[in-house]
Design a protein around this ligand. Structure first.
Ligand code: AMP
Ligand code: MG
Length: 604
């Protein structure tokens, strides 16, 4: 088996940056510039106005001051100039020319009075506030001088640089081109999405995923094909594509099954080899170059998550190299785990996770489905966690490396906090983004009555934002009892409850209920449950129920403990109601809690 580094090194040694081509600016986004760019013009191109207003000689309006009565100056308006027009009429002493934003400054004028400081007149204008030389004038060449280098070869073109290229007069640019890539899904079971599935068939998601992933990293998919498990067809298609494209991706048919024809068909074609990589998912990998143009071919595993992770780990760095970019394409960050994670020994695990950032840093919640067929959990994730080969167990709070897959999960810019709707029915209410335990009373300005943290003054519900609280280990215990008749107690003790093992069912029900608490209690946050114990003890006149629940999260777990006790009690009643119609639940309460800001507490 090869390490990830070894396999990636083989791949990167086989690919080269493509030679430059000249492309229209509109096709250049994300590409690497291969020439120094000099501005063809001054920016601004000529002295012009930054405001709608009046071009004046500043000396004429010097004394105007809105605080001083009778200081306003009235000037005749001798002309008008708009953006795109040529200022032909000069401003002589004692005159004004009406001017729009971006319009050329008339000869003689040295400042602009903005329209808000005037009466807006067209024949003559009353100027209420004076200006100094240069006010609201944008001088020619202030931003860029014609002939200066504004972008150097090697720059990556983004939206801001597109603006600069366009403004400095460049309609096309010399860049490294997008790799043209063919995607080939293999598998007799595959049907195009939208097509009807016969028994045993599935929709081909890999070729669409790969096309999208290629586009995300700046490449173009020129061919997207689906072919069956037919080795000679695989060879024929690959030979044809090798003459037309810059890279070929296949998916499926590379593991140990009887129909893994890609491996059989392509092994030894060009330099193609099939190897096992110490990585999960994505152990089986094929790579080599084919055809006279040494086109790189990646034979990726068929499981969708394996194919995606293989793309991220091996294909993306290769394509970026071909585009003249640094191979590592994802920002690698450190994050803390929100709950424990097991990883296989001896293989790097690339786990999928939902990551978010708060004031204390990044936190990543590994998705539940870490097997390589869980497409929904893959789509939920916005990050990959890189767990080194020697690590097999990680606890909540441990630090790991993370590749962020997109821009999501970060802290929202502050203005988004002000426009995040709370609920559909109450568009005027805004969620607070603070861990302030009492944000509502302050928010609404309500001053009478007790401050409610979960309900606003107008009665609308409010789930407190806990994102800036610290993740801490927490535990809560709750207890309660079900009062029972002597007959029911005897039946429980002798195991003769007609419906079955009531105590066992109650225990399981309590555990199950813990996982449903946020669905049952409207404003309880969904939190990671790390452990649940439910104990039931038969006393002389009652069953005593006790539940202990553990987490590492930002909010307490008391509601989960209470739900466990309550549902266990209800279940017990359901199990014994044929024996005891008067069974009664009492004394459900929290008896102990630990962790969190408010500290430890217990009933005794
Ligand atoms: P294979 O590597 O061909 O044995 O495929 C492994 C698993 O991935 C099987 O469950 C296949 O059905 C599934 N699979 C293969 N190709 C695709 C595809 N293009 N789209 C979705 N699932 C696929
Ligand atoms: Mg297959």
């Amino acid at each position: 088996m090869l390490s990830v580094e070894e396999h990636l090194a083989t791949i990167l040694a086989a690919v080269r940056p493509a030679g430059p081509v000249r492309l229209a600016l509109s096709d250049s986004l994300g590409l690497v510039l291969c020439e120094d760019i000099r501005s063809l013009v001054d920016l601004p191109g000529f002295d012009n106005s930054a405001m709608d207003g009046y071009a004046v000689r500043s000396a004429d309006v010097e004394g105007a001051d809105p605080a001083v009565q009778g200081s306003a100056v009235t000037l005749p308006v001798v002309g008008e100039v708009a953006a795109g027009g040529v200022a032909t009429i000069p401003v002589r002493p004692g005159e004004a020319v009406r001017i729009m934003t971006g319009a050329m400054l008339p000869r003689g004028a040295d400042a602009i009075v903005k329209v808000e400081d005037t009466d807006g007149g067209t024949e003559s204008v009353e100027i209420r506030e004076g200006v100094v030389v240069g006010t609201s004038v944008r001088p020619a060449g202030e931003d860029v001088r014609a002939g200066t280098v504004v972008l150097q070869a090697g720059s990556v073109i983004d939206a801001r640089r597109v603006a600069l290229l366009a403004a400095t007069g460049h309609g096309d640019v010399l860049v490294r081109p997008r790799p043209r890539v063919a995607v080939v899904s293999t598998g007799a079971e595959l049907v195009a999405p939208g097509g009807r599935l016969e028994p045993g068939q599935i929709h081909d998601s890999n070729s669409h995923m790969l096309e999208a992933a290629l586009s995300e990293c700046g490449a173009v998919t020129t061919h997207r094909l689906t072919i069956g498990d037919d080795g000679s067809e695989v060879v024929r298609v690959v030979e044809q594509l090798a003459e037309q494209v810059d890279a070929i991706l296949t998916s499926g048919g590379v593991s140990m099954g009887a129909y893994d024809v890609v491996k059989e068909a392509l092994r030894g074609r060009g330099t193609v080899d099939f190897v096992q990589v110490r990585m999960q998912p994505g152990k089986p990998q094929g790579f080599g170059t084919v055809g006279e143009r040494d086109v790189p071919l990646f034979a990726l595993p068929g499981n969708p998550v394996s194919a995606y992770v293989s793309f991220e780990v091996f294909v993306r760095p290769a394509l970026r190299t071909m585009m003249g970019l640094l191979p590592a394409g994802r920002p690698a960050l450190k994050t803390r785990l929100m709950h424990q994670l097991r990883a296989p020994a001896g293989r790097i695990q690339i786990a999928r996770a939902v990551a978010a950032q708060d004031a204390s840093g990044w936190h990543a919640d590994p998705v539940w489905g870490q097997a390589s067929h869980f497409i929904a959990d893959l789509s939920r994730a916005n990050a990959l966690l890189v767990i080194p080969a020697e690590v097999t167990e990680l606890a909540a709070g441990d630090e790991v490396e993370m590749w962020l897959l997109d821009g999501s999960g970060g802290r929202a810019p502050f203005w988004q906090n002000a426009v995040r709707p709370l609920n559909g029915g109450d568009p005027g209410a805004f969620a607070q983004d603070s861990a302030d335990p009492d944000p509502v009373a302050r928010d609404s300005g309500a001053s009478d009555g007790p401050a409610l943290t979960h309900v606003r003054a107008d009665g609308s519900a409010h789930m407190v934002d806990i994102s800036s609280k610290e993740v801490t280990a927490r535990e809560a215990s709750a207890a309660g009892r079900v009062l029972l008749s002597a007959d029911a107690v005897a039946a429980l003790r002798s195991g003769n409850v007609p419906k079955g093992d009531a105590l066992a069912v109650a225990r399981i029900a309590g555990i199950q209920a813990v996982k449903r608490t946020p669905e049952l209690i409207p404003l309880a946050h969904p939190i990671a449950v790390h452990g649940v114990d439910v104990d039931v003890d038969v006393a002389d006149d009652a069953v005593e129920i006790r539940a202990t629940v553990r987490t590492a999260d930002r909010t307490g777990i008391e509601m989960e403990a209470l739900t466990a006790v309550t549902v266990a009690a209800l279940t017990l009643i359901d199990m014994v109601k044929a024996v005891d119609k008067h069974a009664r639940i009492t004394d459900v309460r929290v008896i102990a809690k630990s962790g969190g800001r408010s500290g430890d507490w217990s009933e005794s």
